[in-house]
Design a binder for this molecule. Structure first.
Ligand SMILES: Cc1cc2nc3c(=O)[nH]c(=O)nc-3n(C[C@H](O)[C@H](O)[C@H](O)COP(=O)(O)O)c2cc1C
Length: 397
């Protein structure tokens, strides 16, 4: 029996989530026709192993300024990856992603520097000695610091080599989701429960565990990134937002062909457990006043690719077992991310409209040169998104 058949192993108290509270930050974001998020380049090199000069750096100050700018522009959320690279990162002259600041810590600091934007941090809950009581307490604390704006992107660790860094042997794909299901169910019990919690497993035991303060809107925002059957079975039970990838590679035409069936499958799985989830996809945006200029910018990024790093990162992906990143065509691969939108502001908005028509509820933006590219996006693309009915008000609805 697979995990997907057997997922009811643990009592699951998941309700509709903080989106059901009409005044919660998540509910405000979900009212947008197209959610708008920003990746934070807290890993050196962001998504793109290229040496074309740029301002992007992994430093906290750079990411804090980006987050504050994203908030001022009315974006809905920022999101930080978590990866555990060894010395040299994923290789090349750039030592791609060798340096990174932690997603959880970064977002915690950002909570006190922002007031409206959602802050999502990625957490490998199966690495090391994480216990649900730890994260329930830390999450409740961040929920209060941020006023209900903090969320966890729960990942199980697809990488081949990362578990060894924690002295662990890699756990099989579907079993990881079974464990994450238990972990997250315990979080939900601790966040919502009004009595002490005593359980003798599976995986994590606790006696008289109790967490206050309670999160303001039932529980913090829960997010997951997946494309596999077991991952989707987990995500629809627990997540408010599911990060999806294009099942057919990084070109828009292929993505919009393949996404409707993929997203319909996620919604059907959610409906089967009485829930609704939203989907968000992460395009790499290369935008200039004209298509020709955008293509020139893309080609310059790709021409300056740190080829050893590109291959090193691809090899890292191949050695892992994430289904979400299969079928990635190699076209312009150094650009990174799983979907490329290259063109004029009008063409970017057209791409967003097609992604929305394909069923995406949001886009999580990635850029090459984050600060100036976000600035250009804010000046040139955002107004067109409003005109096209993809965004309401200034920022949240
Ligand atoms: C937008 C996005 C962000 C992701 N961020 C992380 C991350 O920060 N750390 C990580 O280990 N995996 C990350 N992943 C990878 C997922 O954890 C990976 O796709 C996961 O193993 C899902 O695998 P599955 O499709 O086999 O369920 C991300 C995936 C996507 C689509």
């Amino acid at each position: 029996m697979t995990f997907a058949d057997n997922w009811r192993s643990v009592d699951n108290p998941t309700g509709p989530g903080p989106g059901a509270y009409v005044d919660s930050p998540l509910a405000r974001v979900l009212r947008q026709p197209l959610m708008l998020g920003l990746f934070l380049p807290i890993q050196d090199g962001g998504w793109t192993p290229s040496t074309l000069p740029r301002t992007t750096t992994w430093t906290f100050d750079y990411n804090a300024a980006l987050t504050q700018r994203a908030e001022a522009l009315g974006l809905d959320l920022v999101f930080g990856l978590a990866q555990w690279a060894s010395k040299g990162g994923y290789g090349g002259t750039t030592r791609y992603r060798e340096i990174s600041i932690d997603s959880f810590m970064t977002v915690a600091a950002l909570a006190a520097m922002t007031s409206r934007i959602l802050l999502i941090s990625t957490l490998h809950v199966l690495y090391g000695p994480w216990h649900p009581v730890h994260l329930a307490k830390f999450g409740a604390t961040l929920d209060h610091i941020s006023g209900g704006r903090w969320g966890a992107n729960i990942v199980t660790g697809y990488a081949a080599r990362e578990p060894a860094m924690f002295g662990m042997t890699k756990i099989a794909h579907d079993q990881r989701y079974e464990m994450a299901d238990v972990f997250t169910s315990r979080l939900e019990q601790l966040w919502t429960g009004t009595e002490n919690l005593t359980v003798d497993g599976p995986f994590w035991a606790m006696e008289d565990a109790f967490i206050t303060p309670k999160p303001r809107y039932g529980r913090p925002v829960l997010v997951n990134a997946t494309g596999s059957r077991a991952g989707i079975a987990y995500a629809v039970r627990h997540s408010d937002i599911v990060f999806i990838t294009s099942p057919a590679g990084n070109q828009l035409a292929d993505a919009v062909e393949s996404l409707p069936a993929h997203i319909a499958g996620i919604h059907a799985a959610a409906a089967s457990v009485g829930r609704r989830v939203r989907t968000i996809i992460n395009p790499m945006i290369v935008c200039r006043p004209t298509e020709a200029e955008a293509i020139r910018y893309r080609d310059a990024i790709v021409a300056a690719a740190d080829e050893d790093a590109v291959e090193g990162f691809a090899a890292h992906g191949r050695a892992g077992d994430a289904e979400a990143w299969r079928n990635q065509k190699r076209l312009h691969r150094p650009l990174g991310g799983n979907l490329h939108l290259v063109g004029s502001p009008e063409q970017i908005v057209e791409g967003f409209l097609r992604l929305k028509a394909a069923g995406c509820d949001g886009v999580q933006l990635t850029f090459y040169d984050f600060a100036p590219d976000l600035e250009y996006f804010g000046a040139s693309v955002l107004p067109l998104m409003h005109q096209a009915g993809l965004r309401l008000g200034h920022g949240a609805a």
